[in-house]
Write a protein of this length. Structure first.
Lengths: 202, 500
């Protein structure tokens, strides 16, 4: 059996082209993919990280930004422990859409989900959304805020590690049930998913 | 569904350098009692079918004489292309009187050398009998002629909200008559069952030209022997299938397809179990392929691998009627795979273009592997715990053999059906002898079957006596049936049954 104590599901959402896939690939593979194509459906992968001697497995779900490719993505929100909502700091429309995304999150995700707003592409010099505007938005909507560059690897590691650390804290303070290796041996079904999510996902 | 047709057309310039069956397999000898075709026969056929129904031009004959895998090549001088059951009947009456052997041919996508002549048998191509006769949208049945291409029937059925109960990579070329004659399995058997259940009727022309009509298409019909079943998997040795009635399931309104990366075969098996348990009634396909297959489609066909590198890839598909329900189940399934560590990496979609791209990778493996060399292909049913072992066994066995390039495995893991492949630069006698009968022995010893879905054809006929899953009495019963229906042995000789 695998030796890890925590398993968390992190889902990335946001408009097409804001850099969700690049953020994930930077974090999981340490590279910036040239000519990254649009995501269709959902890609998912496992990345194990270590925080203070604890192994934490992150399931990362990279969803499609384009509406027509998103047909079944709503199901994937439900059991998320953290949602990363991404916009592009050099593209106003991707910021303007955030309220639509929040509405969707309210509708489909667990109320306890950890929400993080990310302004990506800070390496670009044609910024349209100043940092404080993003910060204000995040504060108003009860979200963490971070600016990143998948291209230059700025804050990407930090983004995921902070999420992992925060979720671990929450789990320790009983917000989320602990991942129990012993129960997994008896029954391969995991019990990490938050209670509210479990009861909702059939 | 809207899947893109894969054209399986191959180039057959002057036999493509394929050795004649008579030369490559010298143990097979032409049956002396069969007549050789003469000009008077050709003239008679032209009177029956019109000049366009008879092909005798050398260049055109090559394609009909050579099989898809390019492992066998016959020497037929005549191809007949009847358009109606009456024409087939007249042809068979004439062949029966003249003791002329006939090789029925559908889409010629068969993988066991059954669809092309061994010597000079007349090729009876069913391609022009391609009418879809009718569809009963209430009962969910389709009546069609034998030469209908599978994909064409499927496209027609979509208008009625129906689909064919089976699907295979050869869909753009293979014909319903060929599917019936091989009892084709394919990608969806795990959900919709085999043709044993879904074939509701057959029309066939017997060796003497009589027309056997069992086309009522009742789902239940116990009036005597189930004659239609005789033609399932008969591979053209008992009669010419001219029509079929197939029971068709409802076209799903919500389809999802996941591609999963796994690093150990035991994880493939637990994933199969998990898929059955969680996806349950929505599971419509569960396929596996190894890294060698993925490399072949990527490098030889230029298809883009959907995930990072893994030892194994699975395709798990659901057919459902409610997107919410479908999505929820798929999510629960994937959650569990990620939680228990069986799957490291994957992608899931319900967008047709993406699903199609994923299916292409699976469906075009054989095309990729056989692209620039010779492919030794084995189609085995195996107990799940033995499923992939033979790939390792063969890799070890062929380690020192320079001509053997790769050994790979893929297949319908949900059905316990492995396609084992040995890729070589060219046909090589040494490899053949390393594979046969070794693989058949191994399969038998491990409780498997040497033909899961491709049939026996020419390639495995000589092994039938020893390895037919059903034993000696079954072979004598098969012979008795063959003799009763085809006393002169003119229907697809040298195929299925071993020489007496
Ligand atoms: C890329 C690829 C993928 C494949 N995938 C699968 C798969 O998943 N599952 C599977 O089961 N098979 C598969 N096959 C094998 C093959 O496609 C099937 O066996 C198919 O059913 C053959 O149909 P056909 O019309 O091409 O028949 P042919 O190849 O023309 O003939 C096959 C046999 O049936 C006989 N026959 C054909 N038509 C008639 C008729 N009307 N009356 C009497 N006898 C007839 C022939 O004499 C021959 O013995 C695949 C082949 C390819 C090339
Ligand atoms: N300059 C710069 N470009 C980036 C950065 N991140 C992503 N890009 C570029 O933005 C484009 C889109 O990136 P993706 O990661 O595919 O965007 P996405 O959000 O996954 O898009 P969808 O899959 O369609 O939802 C690509 O051309 C990337 O090269 C970044 O940090 N800086
Ligand atoms: Mg993307």
């Amino acid at each position: 059996m695998e030796d890890y104590k925590f398993l968390f599901k992190v889902v990335l959402v946001g408009n097409a082209g804001v850099g969700k896939t690049c953020l994930v690939r930077r974090f999981t593979q340490g590279l910036f993919p040239p000519g990254q194509g649009a995501t269709i459906g959902v890609d998912f992968m496992i990345k194990t990280v270590e925080i203070g001697n604890e192994k934490i497995k992150l399931q990362i779900w990279d969803t499609a930004g384009q509406e027509r490719f998103r047909s079944i993505t709503q199901s994937y929100y439900r059991s998320a422990h953290a949602l990363i909502l991404v916009y592009d700091i050099s593209c106003q429309p991707t910021f303007d859409c955030l309220t639509d995304w929040l509405r969707e999150i309210e509708e489909y995700a667990s109320s306890k989900v950890l929400r993080v707003l990310v302004g990506n592409k800070i390496d670009r010099d044609d910024r349209e959304i100043p940092t404080h505007v993003g910060e204000d938005f995040a504060q108003r909507h009860n979200m963490y805020y971070l600016e990143t560059s998948a291209k230059e690897s700025d804050n990407v590691e930090r983004l995921f590690m902070q999420i992992a650390a925060e979720l671990m804290e929450q789990a320790r303070s009983k917000e989320l049930p602990r991942y129990d290796i012993n129960s997994q041996n008896i029954n391969r079904r995991t019990t990490t998913i938050g209670d509210s999510c479990c009861s909702r996902s059939s | 569904m809207g899947r893109v047709a894969i054209s399986l057309a191959r180039r057959y310039y002057s036999g493509g350098g394929v050795a004649l069956t008579a030369d490559r397999y010298p143990w097979v000898t032409r049956a002396p009692h069969l007549s050789r075709i003469e000009d008077k026969h050709v003239a008679a056929f032209e009177r029956l079918l019109g000049p366009s129904g008879v092909i005798t031009e050398e260049e055109q004959l090559d394609g009909y004489n050579t099989d898809w895998l390019k492992m066998v090549r016959g020497q037929s001088k005549v191809v007949l292309r009847p358009k109606t059951v009456e024409e087939v009947s007249a042809v068979m009456r004439s062949c029966s009187e003249g003791k002329l052997a006939v090789c029925p041919q559908g889409g010629n996508t068969g993988l066991v050398g059954g669809s092309v002549p061994v010597f000079d048998e007349i090729v009876l191509s069913m391609s022009l009998m391609n009418n879809i006769i009718k569809v009963d949208p209430v009962g969910g049945n389709v009546w069609c002629e034998a030469g209908c291409v599978l994909e064409a029937v499927n496209t027609h059925l979509e208008k009625f909200g129906l689909m064919m109960p089976y699907d295979l990579g050869a869909k753009g070329s293979c014909q319903v008559g060929g599917n019936v004659s091989t009892c084709a399995g394919g990608l969806r058997l795990v959900r919709y069952g085999s043709l044993n259940a879904n074939l509701l009727g057959v029309q066939a022309v017997l060796a003497n030209g009589d027309i056997l009509d069992c086309m009522s298409g009742h789902r239940k019909d116990n009036t005597g022997y189930h004659l239609r079943q005789l033609f399932l998997g008969a591979e053209g040795t008992l009669g010419i299938v001219t029509g079929a009635v197939i029971s068709c399931p409802t076209l799903p309104t919500s389809v999802s397809l996941a591609c999963l990366g796994l690093d150990d075969f035991s994880k493939v098996l637990t994933t199969l179990r998990t898929s059955k348990r969680i996806l349950c009634e929505t599971l419509s396909s569960c396929e596996v392929m190894d890294d060698t297959c993925m490399d072949a489609v990527a490098n030889k066909l230029g298809l883009k691998p959907p995930l990072g590198s893994h030892k194994f890839y699975m395709l798990v598909e659901t057919h459902a009627s409610n997107p919410q329900h479908d999505g929820d189940k798929m999510d629960a399934f994937l959650q569990e795979l990620l939680a228990c560590g069986d799957v490291e990496d994957g992608t899931v979609a319900s967008e047709p273009s993406k699903m199609n791209a994923l299916w292409q990778i699976r469906e075009r493996i054989t095309e990729a592997l056989s692209r620039d060399g010779y492919l030794y292909k084995y189609d085995l049913s195996l107990p799940h715990e033995k499923f992939y072992e033979i790939v390792h066994v063969m890799r070890n066995r062929l380690r020192g053999v320079k001509a053997a390039k790769t050994v790979s495995g893929f297949g319908h893991v949900g059905d316990g059906n492995l396609h084992l492949n040995v890729e070589a630069d060219a046909f090589d006698q040494e490899i053949l002898e390393m594979c046969e009968p070794f693989i058949f022995d191994w399969t038998q010893k491990n409780g498997g079957s040497i033909s899961a879905e491709h049939g026996i054809g020419f390639k495995k006929a000589k092994f039938m006596g020893k390895y037919a899953a059903t034993g000696k009495a079954s072979l004598s019963t098969m012979r008795a049936i063959k003799t009763a229906l085809d006393p002169n042995g003119i229907l697809n000789p040298y195929k299925v049954l071993p020489p007496a």
